[in-house]
Design a binder for this molecule. Structure first.
Ligand code: GLY
Length: 349
C-alpha cells in the first residue's frame, strides 16, 4: 500500500491501493472513534458501492445512516447540505461521530462541508471514486457548495481524517470521466514536475495509475502543507483554472467538463506566457500533445474575446486585476498578477 501523510493540523494519511475499498471498514475504524457514521453518497455511486461500504462499517460495529443525493452538480447547493446536517441531527450524531464521503468531487465537497458545519465540525473520511477527486478534491480540505451567484462560493477549509483511494473503482467509470481527471493530472506535471509530465507523454499510465495518483498527491500534499488556506503557493494548483472556469461558465457548467476546461485553459495561458516572452517557447504545443493523447480538448468553440469577457465578469474576482498561474517552463510555475486594464491586450483581443 502507498501512503502519504499530510501534515496539516494533526495530520492525516492518504492510502492508495487497488482493492482498498474492501478494507475501508477497518481503516476507518482507526480514525473514527464514535459509534455512528453518516455515509454520504450519490444515486450512481451508492448503487455500485454503497451496500458494500455500509456492510464493512456495520461489521466494525458502527451504526450507519446512509444519506443519498441525486448525482450531479445540480445537487451541490445549500439546500442539500442543510438536509444532510438535519439528517445527522435526526439520527443523533454527536461530536465523536463522523461522516464518510463515498463518491466524486460533488460528494466529497458537500459531505466535507456538512461535516465542517455540523456541531461546528465533526470528523470525516474521503473515499473518492473518480480520478478527478482522487488526484485533487479529496485532499487539502477545500469543502463547499455552489450558490446561485457562482460555484463553490459557500464553504470551509476542513481537512479529512483519512483519504482511501482504490483505483479499481475507476474501472466502472465511463471513459470521459477518466479523461476529465487527466486534465488535473497533466496540470500537476505542468506546475511542479517535468518528470511526471514526461511520464504522461511517453508511457501508458493506465498500467501505473497508482504511481501517478501518488505523484500528483505528493505534489498537492507539499503545496497544502506550505499554504493550507491559499494565501500564496496553493494558488499554483489553479493553473489553467482561470480561463477554464470562464469556459465552464460559458457552457453553463454542462457539455465541457472541468478537466477539459482546465486543459483548454492551460493551453490559453501558456500561449499568453509565450507571447509575453515569459514561458519557454513550444510549451503550449507540448501541453496540446499530452492533452490530445488523453482525448482532451485543446481549444473551445467560444472566441478568446468571449472567454476573456467571462473571466473578467467572474464574481469571485475582486481588486484591480487577476492573478494568473503561468509557467516558466514545464514543471516550473509562478503567480503573475495582471491588471484588468492589460488583460485583453495580453490575450490579444
Ligand atoms: N483544487 C485546488 C486546491 O485544492 O487548491
Amino acid at each position: 500500500m502507498k501512503k502519504l501523510t499530510v501534515h496539516v493540523n494533526s495530520g492525516y494519511d492518504i492510502l492508495i491501493e487497488k482493492g482498498l475499498l474492501d478494507k475501508s471498514g477497518e481503516l476507518i475504524k482507526t480514525v473514527l472513534k464514535g459509534k455512528k457514521i453518516c455515509l454520504i453518497s450519490d444515486t450512481n455511486v451508492n448503487t455500485l458501492y454503497g451496500d458494500k461500504v455500509k456492510a464493512l462499517l456495520v461489521a466494525e460495529g458502527y451504526d450507519v445512516y446512509t444519506y443519498i443525493f441525486k448525482a450531479g452538480e445540480a445537487s451541490k447547493n445549500t439546500a442539500t447540505v442543510i438536509d444532510m446536517v438535519e439528517f445527522m441531527a435526526e439520527n443523533g450524531l454527536t461530536r465523536e461521530d463522523g461522516v464518510v464521503a463515498l463518491g466524486g468531487g460533488v460528494c466529497g465537497d458537500m459531505a466535507g462541508f456538512a461535516a465542517a458545519i455540523y456541531l461546528r465540525g465533526i470528523q470525516f473520511v474521503q473515499i473518492p471514486t473518480t480520478l478527478l477527486s482522487q488526484v485533487d478534491s479529496s485532499v487539502g480540505g477545500k469543502t463547499a457548495v455552489d450558490l446561485p451567484q457562482g460555484k463553490n462560493l459557500c464553504g470551509a477549509f476542513h481537512q479529512p481524517s483519512l483519504v482511501i483511494i482504490d483505483s479499481n473503482v475507476l474501472d466502472t467509470l465511463p471513459a470521459h470521466f477518466f479523461s476529465d481527471g487527466m486534465g488535473e493530472v497533466i496540470k500537476y506535471g505542468c506546475i511542479k514536475s517535468r518528470v511526471l509530465f514526461d511520464k504522461l507523454a511517453e508511457e501508458d499510465i493506465r498500467e501505473s495509475i497508482d504511481d501517478v495518483i501518488y505523484d500528483c498527491l505528493d505534489i498537492k500534499r507539499q503545496v497544502v502543507e506550505n499554504d493550507e488556506k491559499e494565501h500564496g503557493e496553493r494558488a499554483l494548483l489553479n493553473f489553467g483554472h482561470t480561463c477554464g472556469h470562464a469556459i465552464e461558465k460559458l457552457w453553463n457548467f454542462e457539455t465541457v467538463s472541468h478537466g477539459e476546461a482546465v486543459g483548454i485553459g492551460m493551453v490559453m495561458i501558456s500561449r499568453v506566457g509565450e507571447s509575453m516572452g515569459i514561458t519557454e517557447s513550444g510549451t503550449a504545443e507540448k501541453i496540446i500533445s499530452v492533452l490530445e493523447k488523453y482525448n482532451l480538448k485543446t481549444e473551445d468553440t467560444h472566441s478568446v474575446a468571449e472567454i476573456v469577457s467571462a473571466m473578467r465578469a467572474d464574481k469571485k474576482r475582486t481588486g484591480k486585476g487577476i492573478k494568473f498561474v503561468m509557467l516558466n517552463k514545464i514543471g516550473d510555475s509562478f503567480i503573475k498578477p495582471i491588471d484588468n486594464s492589460d488583460i485583453a491586450k495580453v490575450f490579444g483581443v
